[in-house]
Design a protein around this ligand. Structure first.
Ligand code: HXC
Length: 510
């Protein structure tokens, strides 16, 4: 018996060594941890249960039958994060560059299936060179099986991808279908085809970082939802994010104990809005002051900064915050902001996370660049997402709510549940100046007359009361009481139920 137990330990030790000491050293020299070191940091201590440690590839071409490494380039299993179960797979770059073979794909498929059946999130840690080149179609088929499972897990369990090294070819499409992608600065990059292929096909010369580094994907392409300085920071932040997320679409949001009283007043909010309506202020201050203990996990912080999205908690329960940001482009909605907001709203709706929306929006951004870029369809995405969402929706208008953007930003008319406004709210078709110049076009040139007209429009519409008189605003609230009012509204909406006509699925304006 002892011999068999010794053999087991030996086989385990061999598998744990992955591609060997030399490759592990090379991994460390690049500032990267190994797959198993990453798992250790991500999960609660001693909670990892590894699966399929002895799986090997079945390839017999190119001398591969002589190169078999147990585990075959991916470490899979489950464990806990702050006591809650998660499934995971971590690509092991030290084994064939983490590339995907048929057997490697089957390991991922197994945990994908378990995550869906047992209703817990799945996290993928990526550090890999794409399809196992020696395997050909078996690798391609393996990717297809991973992708299919990604699609069918979507909206059932949260799927998170962390890019911690190269991520090329087939490896990019699985993350692209997950809910969130995070990257590590300087050591990770994502692209469909690398710099060499780019040079051959388009004659462009770019580095891997310029083509698909964290800065590109968090600021330009919006592929990534955040980037961190190193592996350790990334994994610790993922632990923090997981505390906000439900385990599945039927589990309900996690509840964390909090000492922050729901009726906490924030006097400073009474002076958040500057006297000059064109002066910006930081909407994140409002989010921080409303959320439990000011804890806010921002999603896509560096992209389309004119809208802010992220998770916080109220009375210990997760909510999604969406807010126009007056500090950037005056908080206007453009194509990027609309797409960003829409994707976040849909995530919240899939997973029954209530949405709190703070509105200060001067409208949609005019101009040929926006119109040629499909502003109508991108704006419609946000409108569609809010209108489709059946989770509790609480909206607070702090200042401007102009035109179509007023309707889009979770107005009563698209069935938000509770709509509040601060006394500083201005709900109108457009700003007073623009409005007066159109209605009184014949008086243009007479500055005195136009100034009077602007003042008239302002007096009539630059307040929340006309909307409140019609019931479009449920109540005009004191800014200082925003947390209390939102918390009460969410409590009242906790058992909200909506029945809609059956359909296979809607046709989101993609
Ligand atoms: C097999 C691979 C591999 C791959 C890397 N390796 N990629 N083995 N298949 N796809 C192996 C290398 O042979 C090497 O083995 C080890 O991994 C480390 O690779 P290096 O090149 O030494 O590392 P580095 O210089 O850091 O470069 C990393 C890399 C590069 C940028 C990822 O290896 C690379 O470009 N790989 C190929 C990427 C690619 O084109 N993949 C196929 C994409 S097509 P040793 O034994 O020396 O340690 C695709 C289609 C799928 O994925 C479509 C699905 C729909």
């Amino acid at each position: 018996m002892k011999d068999i137990i010794d053999e087991l330990e030996q086989r385990r030790a061999e598998a744990r060594l992955g591609g060997g000491k030399k490759r592990i050293e090379a991994q460390h020299k690049r500032g990267k941890l190994t797959a198993r070191e990453r798992i250790e940091l991500l999960l609660d201590e001693d909670s990892f249960e590894e699966l399929d440690m002895y799986v090997e590839h079945r390839c017999t071409d190119f001398g591969m039958e002589k190169q078999k490494i147990p585990g075959d380039g991916v470490v899979t299993g489950w464990g806990t994060i702050n006591g809650r179960v998660v499934y995971l797979f971590a690509k092991d770059f030290t084994v064939f560059g983490g590339s995907l073979s048929g057997a490697h794909a089957e390991k991922i498929n197994k945990v994908q299936g378990m995550a869906v059946r047992n209703r817990a999130p799945i996290i993928g840690l990526f550090d890999a060179g794409g399809a196992r080149i020696q395997e050909g179609v078996d690798a391609l088929g393996g990717y297809g099986e991973v992708f299919w499972r990604n699609v069918h897990a979507s909206g059932v369990v949260p799927q998170i991808s962390v890019i911690m090294g190269p991520c090329a070819g087939g490896d990019v499409y699985s993350p692209a279908m997950t809910d969130f992608i995070f990257m590590v600065k300087d050591t990770s990059y994502m692209f469909v085809t690398g710099p060499d292929v780019v040079k051959t096909v388009t004659n462009e010369e770019v580095t891997a970082e310029e083509l698909g580094g964290a800065s590109v994907h968090t600021t330009k392409s919006s592929i990534a939802d955040g980037a961190y300085e190193n592996d350790v920071e990334a994994l610790l932040q993922i632990r923090r994010l997981m505390d906000f997320l439900p385990s599945s679409n039927i589990s309900g949001v996690p509840v964390l104990p909090t000492r922050d009283r729901a009726d906490r007043e924030e006097l400073s909010l009474d002076t958040l809005i500057p006297d000059n309506p064109n002066q910006p202020y930081d909407i994140k201050e409002l989010i921080h002051k409303v959320a439990d203990e000011g804890d806010f996990f921002e999603i896509q912080e560096a992209f389309a900064r004119n809208i802010v999205t992220g998770f916080g908690r109220i009375e210990g329960q997760t909510v999604g915050f969406v807010a126009n940001q007056p500090m950037v482009l005056a908080g206007v909605l453009d194509s990027d902001a609309s797409r960003k907001g829409a994707r976040f709203v849909r995530f919240c709706d899939c997973f029954e996370i209530p949405i709190v929306t703070f509105v200060d929006v001067p409208g949609f951004l005019p101009g040929t660049a926006q119109e040629y870029g499909g502003l109508i369809k991108h704006g419609a995405k946000l409108l569609y997402a809010y209108a489709e969402a059946t989770v509790p929706k609480v909206t607070v208008i702090t200042r401007k709510a102009y035109g179509g953007a007023y309707v889009v930003m979770a107005a009563k008319h698209i069935h938000a549940d509770i709509n509040y406004a601060w006394p500083s709210a201005e709900i109108a078709v457009m700003g007073p100046k623009g409005a007066a110049e159109i209605i009184y076009r014949s008086e243009l040139g007479d500055e005195k007359k136009i100034a009077k007209r602007i003042q008239e429009y302002e007096d009539r519409f630059a307040n929340p009361f006309i909307a409140a008189e019609r019931g479009y605003i449920d109540e005009v609230i004191q800014p200082r009481n925003t947390r209390k009012r939102v918390a009460r509204a969410l409590k009242m909406l906790a058992s909200k139920e909506v029945e809609l006509p059956w359909k296979k699925h809607g046709n989101l304006p993609l």
